[in-house]
Ligand binder design. Structure first.
Ligand code: WTA
Length: 649
């Protein structure tokens, strides 16, 4: 534990950041090949950097390190065994306060080997897809690494997604195996995981025919048994204990660097979620590099990212980045408010956490509970505080910095996306000056530019569409099964550049302030939800003829969801029908897609060509009723009065 982190961190002062940023701009292949060889134990080290560019993605996905060969689970486990077998790899903090468990690198390695053998016995071959639909338990991490070990492609579906949303992902990915849990636990409440899997498969003969095995890990019940809310399907369901029964060593076969590692579904501008595909060598290099540099990781650190493994933050900064770096990473099953608003701070004190990574939504919720909660606990172990998922308002930033960090800690506001694989714009802890609320500067190898919506390049201080000009190894290669959608979503509006879908302001110092989505995606409490997905869900309800959903500023969640609905004749918005609408949306997407406001309107404001004018709906939802802008292109200006009246009501 005393030996220094190898290789050492490189971005230790501003001049190093500047020198590396210029080096990575001028010779990206040289820069990234050096990083890849320094950080990763390759079976065959790569000699080739990036193949392709942002003009050629339409013909073929980008490739990085194409002649290198590696096994990602070897990088995260086997390579550490000589020095770290007895070191804690995972600290599991269970939902029940006071319950936790340490898993060493040797133990995690043994479990992953056993699960890899089990997957092979189930007939899982390299390239096969496996859906992981679990809560925050060590078994979820074992499942991910076991897939990586055998060359299977995992797709973790966040446990809050409904059975319908799960079924869509099962079908789209073509997965033959699902790994789940009897029940999850969050905030003292059960999360019906196995029951949702059963419902997803029962509701679709195609999905039922496609999935040949459902592995069930027991979190609350008995191994291999039906529970109060779930059945046991003989011949299809496999107890976790049977999966991991053979604990002989398992040799990690080397795969090519562009071997698909995982698919992660995220919301876009259409109703159909898109599965971003990440590959192996470039992704793990980028996750390891950004994790150690941005947070300022040190040997012996306890690092806690309190996100969920169902989101990309959990992939890159609970599992792959920290384990590739040989760190001790914490897995948090609960919520910031359970059993009380001191949960995070007790977690920090109990485990002597050095680096804490969370979302602005959680910080705002805890700030609202007052300073007395953090004051009760010993938070002196903290050195770096990270945030991710949405812009952080300066007030919450200051509270995090002053009250949680005692003014001593670096606060790193990290901007990135499911698509980028890892952090792209962020301060380097204890190196970059940090104006509260800014994501500050690009990491080496990341070349942000701002463009007007029409595609004019903006210079100096400006606000516009955030694009990245230069490929980097961690970026998603395609949308699973739909490369045309990948190209049209990210490379069409601003040709030759990757368009992030975010707006951003750059100030005179060159700091970046990401302002939020400029497309039809909402960011609710740090979770991406597409307006089209919500609208499709609402119109599943017989009471709704037409729906339009917009976001509006929400004090705790960042963005709230406001739905305008045109009701069928005879329907009304009684408390009962409101509850019915919420249930429909929950059923189609999941509990995180809650409607904050529902307004009944006689019609939606549309242009003469029939396009809903969301700008007007957004203004009304924000309460900016006086300033609705140009209404001359509306097909029926009278509708606006009714919309405004609904907004007032
Ligand atoms: C937003 C999460 C401002 C942004 C890693 C982005 C942020 C979307 C920040 C991606 C930040 C993420 N400041 N906005 N520090 N981090 N976002 O795919 O709108 O779940 O496009 O990835 O979250 O969300 P995703």
């Amino acid at each position: 534990m005393e030996s220094p982190l190898t290789p050492a961190r490189t971005l230790t002062d501003l001049s190093a950041w500047r020198a590396q940023w210029l080096a990575a701009r001028d010779d990206p292949d040289g820069y990234w090949l050096e990083r890849a060889r320094a950080l990763i134990s390759w079976r065959t080290p790569p000699t080739r950097g990036c193949e392709g560019d942002f003009w050629s993605v339409e013909e073929a996905p980008l490739r990085w390190f194409a002649d290198g060969r590696l096994n990602v689970s070897y990088q995260c486990l086997d390579r550490h065994l000589p020095a770290r077998a007895a070191q804690t790899a995972l600290i599991w903090e269970a939902d029940e306060p006071g319950r936790h468990r340490h898993v060493t690198y040797a133990e995690l390695h043994a479990q992953v080997c056993a699960a890899a053998r089990g997957l092979e016995r189930l007939g899982v071959e390299p390239g096969d897809r496996v859906i992981i639909y679990m809560g925050m338990t060590p078994e979820a991490v074992v499942a991910m690494l076991a897939c990586a070990r055998v060359g299977a492609v995992h797709s973790v579906v966040f446990g809050g997604f409904s059975a319908d949303a799960l079924r869509d992902r099962v079908l789209d990915s073509g997965a033959a195996v699902i790994i789940t849990q009897d029940e999850g636990r969050r905030g003292g409440r059960p999360v019906p995981l196995k029951a949702a899997v059963d419902a997803a498969l029962a509701g679709s003969p195609a999905a039922a025919a496609q999935v040949r095995a459902v592995v069930v890990s027991a979190r609350v019940g008995d191994e291999g048994r039906a529970g109060p809310a779930w059945a046991w399907v003989e011949g299809r369901d496999v107890p976790w204990a049977a999966l991991v029964r053979d604990d002989a060593p398992h040799e990690a076969r080397a795969f090519e660097a562009e071997r698909p590692l995982f698919i992660l579904y995220t919301s876009g501008s259409t109703g159909k979620p898109k599965g971003l595909l990440h590959t192996s060598g470039g992704y793990i290099t980028y996750a390891a590099h950004t994790h150690r540099e941005v947070f300022g990781l040190r040997e012996g650190d306890v690092y806690a990212c309190v996100a969920d493994v169902g989101w990309v933050t959990g992939h890159s900064y609970i599992v792959y980045g920290p384990l590739a770096n040989g760190a001790t990473t914490l897995l948090f099953e609960s919520t910031p408010l359970y059993p009380d608003p001191g949960r995070y701070w007790r977690l920090v004190e109990t485990h002597r956490v050095n680096i804490l990574y969370t979302a602005p939504t959680a910080i705002r919720a805890l700030m609202a509970e007052g300073d007395s909660w953090p004051a009760r606990y010993d938070l002196r172990s903290l050195r770096t505080l990270g945030t991710v998922g949405e812009p952080i308002n300066p007030e919450a930033w200051r509270w995090y910095h002053d009250v949680v960090g005692g003014g001593r800690c670096a606060v790193v506001d990290t901007w990135w996306q499911t698509e980028t694989g890892g952090v792209c714009i962020a301060p380097i802890a204890h190196v970059t000056p940090t104006p509260p609320g800014a994501a500050t500067r690009p990491l080496p190898g990341i070349a942000p530019v701002l463009l007007s919506p029409e595609g004019r390049l903006l210079h100096g201080p400006a606000e516009g569409h955030l694009c990245l000009e230069q490929p980097w190894p961690g970026q998603a290669r395609t949308v699973w099964g739909d490369h045309a959608r990948f190209v049209s979503t990210y490379f069409r509006q601003h040709p030759g550049r990757y368009f992030t879908g975010d707006g951003c302001r750059r100030d005179a110092r060159g700091d970046h302030w990401v302002t939020g989505r400029v497309d039809d995606v909402l960011n609710v409490a740090g979770h991406r939800v597409g307006t089209a997905e919500l609208e499709a869900a609402l119109t599943l309800d017989r009471r709704v003829v037409e729906a339009a959903v917009v976001g509006y500023p929400h004090p705790l969640k960042g963005q709230g969801v406001c739905a305008y609905v045109v009701l069928a004749a005879g329907a009304d918005l009684s408390a009962e029908s409101l509850a019915g609408l919420q249930a429909t949306v929950r059923g189609a997407i999941g509990a995180h897609a809650k409607l904050d406001r529902v307004l009944a309107v006689p019609g939606l404001p549309k242009t003469r060509s029939g396009k809903v004018m969301r700008r007007i709906l957004r203004k009304v939802a924000e309460g900016a009723l006086e300033d609705l802008g140009d209404l001359s292109t509306l097909a029926d200006p009278g509708v606006v009065e009714a919309v405004v009246a609904a907004g007032r009501g």
